[in-house]
Write a protein that binds this ligand. Sequence first.
Ligand SMILES: [Zn+2]
Length: 387
Amino acid sequence: MTTAAAVADFRTYPLICAPSGVQSLADRINLEWADGRISPFHHLWLRDNCPCDRCVYSVTREQVFEIVDTPDDLKPTATHIDNDGCLLIDWPDGHHSRFDPGWLRAHAYDDVSRAERLAGIPQSHLWRSDLQIPVFEYTVLMNDNSALLQWLLAVRDIGLTQVRGVPTDPGSLKLIAQRISFIRESNFGVLFNVQSKADADSNAYTAFNLPLHTDLPTRELQPGLQFLHCLVNDAEGGESIFVDGFAIADALRSEDPKAFQALCEIPVEFRNKDRHSDYRCLAPIIALDALGRVAEIRMANFLRGAFDTSVEQMPRLYRAYRRFIAMSRESRFRVMHRLNPGELWCFDNRRTLHARNAFDPATGARHFQGCYIDRDELLSRILVLQR
Ligand SMILES: [Zn+2]
């Protein structure tokens, strides 16, 4: 059963369990559920989350009420549960709140409910050299939203996917990228062309081998998703290599915790410059999220500035940096694959490091196109597709 969307949200919340009673305390109520769970809700929290159309503008579904406009010892004059299982609250100023039980259960902050929510947060599936790369078909993704969702979940959780059957006309990458969202432009264009050029403004545009890296570590926000679409691949060499940066960070955390700590703490500058631009970003190589999980890897040896840290920290930084790169070269972590025309990579650029073997332009043409989309767009698209 799904309760009515009597809440200021674009989702509905399943009625997992009905409230069975409510008990009033000095600064909160205890809501009792039919399964025995007891969820405390503070009076201020309840008033703050009133979903009525005076507190939340029904068009935008954003709050217009501000909790600071109530006394801090606010207390209901009455509370009870109605026949639909909704929690009704009367406030001293005559305001009434009505809370949907599905919504309350989904937002309860007793220890058990919070632990359940934490366990429900999507987990990254860490991978090593034995990864079976998830493969998707272009025409299916273009026409079927449930297949699209499966692809996006793989990008989110595994961070490396391949799409086959993509038209090889220049620019066709745009169509599939835009199935997710708008493309993030950079100084290299909306789409960038990976070809060797005499006047290259990055080592990417040469035939050199490119060591494992993330793209644009020179920006405060590295692009979340990277696409690389193969149009022509007649040259010898140029295989793509990937490692899961989260898996390496995870291994480093257990095998060499001091090195892990150093890479989380000591910032490193990355730079990219040409005649018209000069991008710089100073940040640690490993970033953690609010829960202490590895959330981002920032790495491109060819874009790195001179280390600038204290005399005491310098040996610590070199030891950790060398250790991380040495690990990324270990075969246990590496996946290598040669991309054929009509195939593309879509990977999490803030997680999955990519490399390219050197190729020989004398043996044939090689032309890839690429683009970026931010991680926020991916996550938003997933949530909307899941509604
Ligand atoms: Zn209200």
